[in-house]
Write a protein that binds this ligand. Structure first.
Ligand code: PMP
Length: 310
């Protein structure tokens, strides 16, 4: 599902707004050689009512980004507030009036040899691109349990969106797609379920929502947290965080993924076993509908999650 990129004309690079063609790093850069960079993925939704772009949960994304600097011993000049402003400013300068994806990156910028994290200079940069639906969210996905295991917290922490760790995601994603599936589900080293290649996983059993906890080698997704909150608050659905076994996937009433890219994406089969009646289930659909109302700023209670660009 590699999408052709339509990047914005301007990027933020080395402390300045520059044309995207000028935002380039040297092949000598530490992060290019060792994967020592950290990134975020943030969506802006086009709201046709007032032709505005609403950035979804910008504060929470920047907060996760900056908190995880400590895992990579990273410091950048820009403050949290400045990073938020830069994200907004880049969309504004692009003049896009459609769905956008914002990619802040913290990277070890030194030209130096040796894999380490301490005493290596870091910088912040950011680019944006146009983005619509990343996976088929309407008809349901056919997914497969990966033969690759999710990285464990004591190897490369999944909690942080580090560039190097996406080799793990890429291995699982390619394996699944080359075998004709839409997406992969990672198991952990202990055999329990972790998440998808770039998305969190929920199952529905007897009207309850179950998802894996922050200690299960997952990226603690902002969409995941959003869905947990709105399921409980708005739909009165009990939400449980606990370990999930592989075969629980097969016997669940519903399975769905969440993520900035995936949004709320129902799963219709796992390992060629139909989930429910093989179509997106009612709870997945209800949550998907509510999610799309919220990201478009249509639910007053959650309007503070949406940052208008223009
Ligand atoms: N897990 C992984 C590995 C991811 O890359 C993503 C996408 N950022 C997610 C989960 C979902 O996180 P979020 O909802 O914050 O986008």
């Amino acid at each position: 599902m590699a999408k052709k990129m339509e990047p914005g004309p301007i990027a933020y690079f080395e402390g300045d707004y520059v044309p995207i063609e000028k935002a380039n790093v040297s092949i000598l850069t530490h992060s290019f050689n060792y994967g020592t960079a950290l990134f975020e993925g943030i969506r802006g939704y086009h709201c046709p009512d007032d032709n505005n772009i609403l950035i979804f949960r910008l504060k929470e994304h920047v907060d996760r980004f900056v908190r995880n600097f400590s895992i990579l011993c990273m410091n950048v000049e820009e403050s949290r507030e400045q990073i938020e402003q830069i994200c907004v400013e880049l969309v504004k300068r692009s003049e896009f009036r459609e769905g956008v994806y914002i990619r802040p990156i913290g990277y070890k910028c030194e030209h130096s040899l040796g894999p380490k994290l301490h005493d290596v200079d870091s910088r912040f940069c950011c680019w944006i691109m146009k983005l619509g639906d990343y996976v088929d969210i309407a008809s349901g996905l056919d997914v497969v349990v990966s033969s690759w295991r999710r990285l464990s917290d004591n190897a490369i922490p999944s909690r942080a969106k580090t560039v190097g760790s996406y080799i793990n995601s890429s291995l699982a994603s390619s394996e699944a797609k080359q075998a004709g599936f839409d997406e992969a589900i990672f198991l952990r080293e202990d055999g329990s379920v972790a998440e998808g290649s770039a998305m969190n996983l929920f199952i529905v059993q007897d009207g309850k929502l179950i998802t894996t906890p922050p200690t299960a080698d997952i990226l603690v997704g902002i969409t995941r947290n959003t869905v947990m909150e709105i399921a409980a608050e708005e739909l009165g659905i009990p939400v449980i965080e606990r370990a999930i076994s592989r075969t629980e996937l097969y016997v669940s009433d519903e399975v769905f993924f969440t993520g900035t890219g995936a949004q709320v994406a129902p799963v219709r089969s796992v390992d060629r076993r139909k989930i429910g009646n093989g179509e997106p289930g009612p709870i997945s659909k209800k949550l998907q509908d509510l999610y799309f109302q919220i990201v478009l700023g249509k639910v007053a209670k959650y309007a503070h999650w949406c940052t208008p660009v223009y």
